[in-house]
Design a protein around this ligand. Structure first.
Ligand SMILES: NC(=O)c1ccc[n+]([C@@H]2O[C@H](COP(=O)([O-])OP(=O)(O)OC[C@H]3O[C@@H](n4cnc5c(N)ncnc54)[C@H](O)[C@@H]3O)[C@@H](O)[C@H]2O)c1
Length: 454
């Protein structure tokens, strides 16, 4: 347990209602921070009850060199302390506080790792996670933030401070680090967003290799230290093949637990159908993105429904469906970057929220959602042993099943095969990272990165 308090020290004052643990600086190669705070739906009561004791304890226990003093330290102010709520409850002196503690019941904290935590997408996502929008308003959460290098550490500190200042009742723990073997310890969710952007002149094949190494290492780390049922959502591009690399390097974790994010594409496709049909987008359902998160993706208007009716019955413009719809969805990120000057981070963060919520809440009757998942006995005849976006349904237990009642006509199948061929080619490029050959055999030459996501 790299980040957790290793040794409980005695409370700083015998009359203190708080049991305060100084965070043991248990780091190996990487620095780490830990924030644990008393938080609850009624956390403001806790804070009122405990404020004086907290101040006193923090003052007495705080290590000498913290709060911006030159030189590196492992903890910063309140990040260095752990409060034991049970001890607080046991020692409350006033009836009001006692009553508050006795009536409280807590779900077990869910532990979520986020890589690329100082990046643009995380800048939106972390605050949604901490607010309860993702796992629910009664689900406490621990956030484990992974950065890429010593240089990123200071940025992660800044992110942790912003989270702290946001006073989220559900946010119980924030730890930061740059060693995935430490950050992924016991995590139940791993949101792998961090990746290198494609530099000037860099081929897609180069990116596959560079980012592939990141996801191979992170897969190994998850395999070694994460919860045995960790759910992994890969966002960093090229996300399908990165997810494949990650799962191949984590043989002790079920392959079914790995996802590549294609939910942004699904949301964009729903938006375009809604615009074309002049309906609000909550009327669009059964939207599938087939294949790769690239320009070979296949947004499926054949099975999509608008207000419960097949989309093709509502949108009679076949030329638009065949020729414009897919292109518009693919180019959405590029158009956005031209207008806004930056890539689509807020809507990507929202789509990550949607992707997770689709797994932790039951799918509405008759509907489904898209996710890039491992092909292992799929009912559609798509090549096995790749990560391919397909229609899924969930009971809300974190797991999913593939949807079988879909129609795949010639139009869809021809395009699905192209995306499949691309993913098989990407797989050959990363054979050296998935235990399938020492030498790279890479024939990916076409640039199929989605515009706006480099
Ligand atoms: N799947 C999708 O739908 C989708 C949509 C948008 C963006 N993306 C991809 O998501 C990724 C992140 O996008 P962003 O806009 O947040 O980028 P960003 O450059 O703002 O942030 C990326 C962060 O990742 C960090 N990082 C790099 N290597 C890392 C490593 N090994 N471990 C941990 N962190 C590391 C960087 O330091 C940086 O802070 C990119 O690869 C982008 O192409 C995917």
């Amino acid at each position: 347990m790299a980040f957790m308090a290793a040794a409980a020290t005695a409370p700083s004052s015998s009359s203190s209602p708080l049991q305060l643990h100084k965070h043991a600086a248990a780091r190996r190669s990487a620095p780490a921070l830990l924030l644990r705070r008393p938080r609850s739906r009624s956390h403001r009561n806790h804070l009122v009850c405990s404020l004086d004791a907290t101040k006193q304890a923090v003052q007495e226990e705080r290590p000498a060199a913290v709060n911006g003093v030159a030189g590196r330290t492992d903890c910063y102010g309140v990040f260095c302390t752990t409060y034991d709520l049970r001890a607080v409850g046991a020692r409350w002196r006033t009836d009001w506080c006692k009553r508050d503690e006795e009536t409280k019941t807590w779900k077990k904290v869910v532990s979520v790792a986020v890589s690329g935590a100082a990046g643009m997408i995380s800048n939106h996502l972390l605050f949604k996670l901490a607010s309860g929008q993702v796992f629910g308003p009664d689900q406490p959460i621990a956030l484990k933030l992974l950065g890429s290098s010593q240089r990123s550490f200071q940025k992660l500190e800044g992110v942790a401070m912003e989270l702290e200042d946001s006073l989220y009742p559900l946010l119980r723990e924030v730890s930061i680090g740059i060693d995935p073997y430490e950050v992924f310890q016991d995590v139940e969710w791993a949101l792998l967003i961090g990746a290198k952007p494609r530099g000037p002149g860099m081929e897609r094949a180069d990116l596959l290799n560079i980012n592939g190494h990141i996801f191979a290492q992170q897969g190994k780390a998850l395999n070694a230290v994460a919860s045995r049922n960790v759910k992994v959502l890969v966002v960093g591009n090229p996300c399908n093949t990165n997810a494949l690399i990650c799962l191949k390097n984590a043989p002790d974790i079920p392959s079914k637990n790995f996802h590549a994010l294609t939910r942004l594409d699904e949301n964009r496709a729903k938006c375009q159908l809604a615009l074309k049909a002049s309906v609000f987008y909550d009327k669009i359902s059964n939207m599938t993105i087939w294949g790769n998160h690239s320009t070979t993706q296949v947004p499926d208007f054949v099975n999509a429904r608008i207000d419960g009716k097949p989309a093709r019955q509502v949108i009679r413009d076949t030329k638009w469906l065949h020729e414009e719809f897919t292109k518009t969805v693919q180019k959405r990120g590029g158009e956005l970057i031209q207008k806004r000057g930056r890539s689509s981070a807020p809507s990507t963060a929202v789509s990550i929220v949607d992707a997770i919520r689709s797994l932790v809440t039951p799918t509405p009757e008759g509907d489904w959602f898209s996710s890039g998942v491992y092909t292992n006995g799929n009912p559609y005849g798509i090549a096995e042993d790749i990560v391919f976006s397909m229609p899924c349904r969930s009971k809300g237990d974190g797991d999913y099943e593939l949807v079988t009642d879909v129609t795949i006509d010639d139009f869809l199948w021809e395009r699905i095969k192209k995306s499949e061929a691309e993913l098989l080619a990407e797989k050959r490029c990363v054979g050296h990272l998935i235990g399938e050959g020492e030498e790279e055999l890479c024939e990916v030459t076409e640039d199929t990165m989605l515009p706006g996501e480099q």
